[in-house]
Write a protein that binds this ligand. Structure first.
Ligand code: ACO
Length: 329
């Protein structure tokens, strides 16, 4: 679709948000039955108490479709209004077709376009950046942006340094084109970055393109921690500076849920009281590209985040990739 030459500037309104979590919940104590770890160690170092783990038909496509349905329902929209599906995942059902196309079929949509974005834990911010750019450019009116992950299937379950950190799930937002003057609501801006020099501190050591091994997640936790604190602080500052806003303008921080200590550090940097930082890591663990839309779905669903609130999102993931987004709900 081409933009109308007479149209005033367009913006992507976040019209609805939804999530899906696998039925099975695995507590730290359950992990400690099979692994040399403890509830105390995991809680103290990460803030995680439990995570959802996918079973059977709960794949990235299945969960992504359920989250998308919830987001559309929250927006009061139907599948007919979806022009595009942009899905962030590191754990697709197949090498191809993309998981976005599988979600499209599950939703019964036969028009528009769909593709995946690979940016690990920053995937949702990347997908949001692509979607809002396309809406601003007039290439789409209604876009589903989804993060859906089954990290349980790429974890080395004998490696206590990594396997306790992650969970499965999916989150989605439905973006709809609006005009900039509509109360200032919508995605104000997105800011994405990558630096491949750090590709070996957080990665999966194989894929379908590599014959020798299927691939497990590997991480130098302390190196990731150091990079996260510095790069995320810069991404947060960048988002505020782009609009000449001070930290006090932010109503809510909805961060990627990697580690409670990183989340707390970002909240302190923004001077936000803890109750203004949305935290789900305790019951979701790290769901990678799904963590931000899942956290958003929870805080919108329970009435904490309301229309008109200014929400700052930030994420960092393997690559390294990182970024931020500022959204007026
Ligand atoms: N249970 C018990 N002991 C453990 C566990 C566990 N699950 N994992 C590690 N240990 C042990 C180690 O074996 C080590 O013991 P040793 O000294 O006898 O060898 C000791 O605990 C310390 O290990 P470290 O790896 O140094 O632990 P650290 O204090 O750095 O905490 C953690 C690890 C939580 C991963 C931390 O590095 C961190 O927060 N990193 C940030 C990265 C992150 O959050 N990653 C999440 C995914 S990436 C992302 O989303 C961006």
């Amino acid at each position: 679709m081409s933009p109308s030459p007479t149209a005033s500037p367009r913006r992507a309104l976040l019209a609805g948000v939804g999530g899906y979590l696998p039925r099975r919940i695995v507590t730290n104590d359950e992990l400690a039955l099979k692994l040399d770890t403890s509830d105390e160690w995991i809680r103290e170092r990460t803030g995680i108490r439990a995570r959802h783990i996918a079973e059977g038909e709960e794949t990235a496509a299945f969960m992504g479709a359920r989250a998308a349905e919830a987001a559309l329902a929250a927006a009061g929209a139907g599948a007919r209004e979806v022009d595009a599906i942009i899905l962030a995942t590191s754990t697709p059902d197949h090498a191809f077709p993309s998981t976005a196309v599988e979600v499209q079929a599950l939703l019964g949509i036969t028009r528009g376009f769909a593709f995946d974005v690979a940016a690990a834990c920053s995937g949702f911010i990347y997908a949001l950046a692509v979607a809002e750019g396309m809406i601003r450019a007039g290439q789409a009116e209604g876009v589903l942006v989804i993060g859906s992950e089954v990290y349980s299937r790429i974890l080395d379950w004998s490696d206590r340094r990594t396997c306790v950190l992650f969970g499965d799930g999916a989150g989605a937002v439905f973006l709809h084109a609006t005009r900039e003057e509509t109360g200032g609501r919508g995605v104000l801006s997105t800011h994405i970055h990558a630096d491949g020099r750090h590709r070996d501190i957080l990665y999966v050591d194989g894929a379908v393109g590599r014959r020798e091994r299927p691939g497990h997640l590997r991480m130098d936790g302390q190196a990731v921690f150091r990079q996260a604190v510095t790069l995320l602080a810069a991404a947060v500052d960048e988002a505020l500076a782009a609009h000449g806003l001070g930290r006090e303008a932010v109503d809510w921080l909805v961060p990627h849920q990697a580690n409670r200590r990183i989340i707390d550090a970002m909240g302190r940097r923004l001077g936000l009281p803890p109750e203004r930082v949305v935290v789900t890591i305790d019951h979701h663990a790290n769901t990678s590209a799904a963590s931000i839309p899942l956290a958003l779905a929870e805080a919108v669903g329970d009435g904490r985040i309301r229309p008109g609130d200014l929400v700052l999102m930030e994420a960092l993931g393997g690559g390294l990739t990182w970024g931020s987004a500022l959204v007026r709900m």
